[in-house]
Ligand binder design. Structure first.
Ligand code: MLT
Length: 387
């Protein structure tokens, strides 16, 4: 029996996927699995029971990934599961920036009691006029699941689309409209595009990438959309450029004290993935990843360990070892089994950055002595008896 804890509300259709072998607990310290959306986990201490965290969403900046790795806690996310929800809001964001739709709606609400509203509106409407998306140039930085979907819809809206992503996956490339212009240097996006939308993860290397320097290369009156994470932009620089008229609108899904209420910032309350469909998809995917890991030790879609999938174990035993990605580890593991006279029937070892994960199937169930010996090897973070 496994226990799981939800740090945020998680869609019931996802939780319904748990088999009878799982029980929900209110005590986070007794859980082997945690499901989370945006709860901040950086200050949490993790109990020894915790084996995995599954984030129902894409961004993982609320989770201490490296600390989890060193404690042998696998962190999953759900790439693509909410991409359509976010894509639709990005398109809405472009339309809201193109004309003053919000200002117009507010004007009507404020003048609702005016019996001549229809006539007055005809005079006032010029204040809310704008431009069309057709034939404008859209630059997309980051062609993951969301970026690709935005690119394809924008093409259908008649936009000229430029895409930049030095790490684009084969899958994303297959799904991308062939009419999207492939950009090698991000500066080309800055210099060419009327609309720029960012779809990259928040990393040390991407933090503050939309800054004074990047903005200085952009066209006058550029519209910037940020549905990825607020810290990707240096928002003080963005506001300065908005006030100077260099940027026409900044559309963001991340309210904070810098941008909220500022003229020409269109700020939404982080609702990119707040659709029934996205919440259901994320919950189902997160639960599937968690169950596959807890029951079989398989890792699919982790952000701190490599993918490693050996299917269901049909041998007597399976152990999983979390360790540093350094020389000689496999030799030491196999020597341990050899010394104990245990036959290894299958194994897989994968690495990601400085961390590695090795799964080993055995002819015998793992003994306490074996687990102790493996744990004492230098560079091993954690050993788990899966079966
Ligand atoms: C994500 O990271 O998937 C989106 O920002 C949506 C969310 O956090 O729920």
């Amino acid at each position: 029996m496994f226990q799981y804890h939800c740090l945020n509300p998680i869609a019931q259709v996802g939780l319904d996927k748990f088999s009878a072998n799982y029980v929900k607990t209110d005590d986070v310290n007794s859980a082997e699995g945690i499901l989370v959306r945006s709860a901040a986990m950086h200050d949490m201490e993790f109990s020894k029971n915790l084996l995995a965290v599954a984030r129902a969403g894409a961004g993982v900046n609320n989770i201490p990934l490296e600390r989890c790795a060193k404690e042998g806690i696998v962190v999953f996310n759900t790439p693509g599961a909410n991409a359509n929800g976010v894509k639709e809001l990005v398109i809405a964001g472009m339309l809201l920036a193109a004309r003053d739709i919000v200002g117009g709606i507010n004007w009507v609400a404020a003048n609702a009691d005016d019996e001549n509203i229809a006539k007055t509106a005809e005079k006032e409407k010029k204040n809310f006029a704008g431009t069309e998306l057709q034939d404008k140039k859209l630059g997309i930085i980051g062609l993951g699941a969301i970026g690709v979907k935005v690119a394809n819809v924008a093409k259908h809206l008649g936009m000229e689309v430029y895409g930049y992503d030095p790490y684009v996956s084969v899958d994303a490339a297959w799904n991308l409209s062939r009419d999207v212009k492939h950009v090698i240097n991000v500066d080309e996006i800055y210099e060419t595009c009327d609309y720029i939308t960012i779809h990259v993860p928040l990393l040390d290397s991407t933090k503050g990438m939309i800054n004074k320097d990047a903005i200085s290369k952009m066209k006058e009156g550029v519209i910037i959309l940020n549905f990825a994470r607020d810290l990707l932009a240096n928002e003080a620089d963005v506001l300065e450029a908005l006030d100077a008229g260099k940027i026409r609108k900044y559309v963001t899904d991340f309210p904070n004290t810098t941008t909220s209420g500022h003229k020409n910032c269109i700020v939404m309350p982080h609702i990119g993935a707040s659709t029934e469909e996205s919440e259901d998809n994320c919950a189902k995917m997160a639960v599937k990843e968690l169950m596959n890991y807890l029951e079989n030790g398989n890792i699919v879609n982790s952000v701190n360990f490599p993918n490693c999938d050996m299917g269901v174990c049909n041998q007597a035993g399976r152990v999983a070892i979390f360790h540093a990605n350094i020389a000689n580890m496999i030799t030491k593991f196999t020597a341990t089994f050899g010394d104990l006279g245990i036959n290894v029937t299958d194994m897989m070892s994968k690495s990601k950055g400085e961390n590695a994960y090795t799964m080993i199937d055995l002819e015998k169930e793992a003994s306490e002595e074996m687990l102790q010996k493996l744990s004492s090897i230098e560079g091993v973070y954690r050993v788990r008896k899966v079966k």
